[in-house]
Ligand binder design. Sequence first.
Ligand code: NAI
Length: 476
Amino acid sequence: MAKSFDVVVIGGGPAGYVAAIRAGQLGLSVACIEKWKNPQGKMALGGTCLNVGCIPSKALLESSENYEKLEHKFADHGITVKGAAIDVAKMQSRKDMVVGKMTGGIEFLFRKNKVTWLKGHGKFTGKADGGYQIEVAGDEGIEVVTAKNVVIATGSKARHLPNVPVDNITVCDNEGALAMPAVPKKLGVIGAGVIGLELGSVWRRLGAEVTILEALPAFLAACDESVAKEAWKQFTKQGLKISLGVKIGEVKQDKKGVTIDYTDAEGKAQKLECDKLIVSIGRVPNTDNLGLDAIGLKTNERGMIDVDGHCRTLLNGVYAVGDVVRGPMLAHKGEEEGVMAAELIAGQKGHVNYDTIPWVIYTNPEIAWVGKTEQQLKAESVAYKTGSFPFAANGRAWGQGEPDGFVKVLADAKTDRILGVHVIHAHASEQIAEAVLAMEFVAASEDVGRTSHAHPSLSEVMKEAMLAVEKRAIHN
Ligand code: NAI
């Protein structure tokens, strides 16, 4: 007799494991199918984010930033260190330790919330008793389970270039880029998006000569233009070489490394030779080999599963969340959708406010934003006011030796409702949370401007930028 659950979640990344935990909290019987094995052959929850994405990359960012501080910043504080060296193997094993803690933490949360982890690859095999039948193929063989409700949370994988095989040793996607055993002398990166900039920065800080080739003529086109301009200034000053408007031609690999033929923005033929190459040109949803045909579900032209604003598919009881559906491929967006799906299944009124999902790029300075950019408001003919405030006018930022960057606020010209907030600063990922909360509560810029912010703190810059909307910032 097949095991039966109220909810089966396929995929144990941030969207899926959160859906499973929330369903467990709500008293539903729930299983989560996950097949991930780490390089040591141990099965692990957490998906791309915890195993080969957000969490390991932040561990390496911290290590490389510490090294850069030691090399270039500590002397300003009167601290000198002789004989600083990098032990990449130790850096990588610390990263593995952080990943192990986080993935193990989810196993604990599953036990706490009575979520059954079905280890293996999940695939629909048909409909059953008003629900769905799913086959789980694992190391121990095949198990068939049934579920009244299913949440598809199978995530995404790196998009590769045609005819450029990724071995994750010399030509890498996110997995190999996070696992390099030594600092490459020359590192090439194709794609100046979030992964290219974050990982390009990590290896540059550790001493690699990094060249990034980007197809689009504009840098960070999704960001507010003023932030993209500042980021370009900072990143190129740090030594990242970025070429925009390129067209990648042949990519050849030999024993010495990789050669990339490309044409530059002027149409001139160019050649980049490097020891290692990172290909970071976006991600594609994992919707193949899921047995969608068996239940009559199709993917769209982008390989995604079509859903409504509540992540419901065309089939009763089947939801899809995270990277397999429309919207940004961000872990926290998937988490919100996972909670929503579980709550809807439990008969509650789940909801996601897609207008207040923050974006963060973990470079240094970090870039974070929520809501509209100035160019979007112009294109939509919305009348707006703007205020910005530099970290260079903040005492705490100087104390920390991080005075670069600013906060920019866009507010409705008539109602003063906050429409967008953009931060570029070393700690932008933490500061954006205040703006998200303000927008979630439909705050006016004046509401935040009149709120007391601790002194001295970086958060004062947010307050002052809000005050600047009415040209009444105090310290600028
Ligand atoms: P991305 O979409 O951020 O950037 C890809 C870049 O590659 C784009 O600028 C694109 O124009 C360029 N590109 C595409 N084809 C190209 C070609 N043939 N030649 C040269 N350039 C080309 O994708 P990325 O960086 O691979 O990240 C994948 C996903 O992972 C993103 O959707 C992102 O949301 C998510 N992610 C989020 C992070 C965060 O929130 N901090 C961190 C890492 C990943």
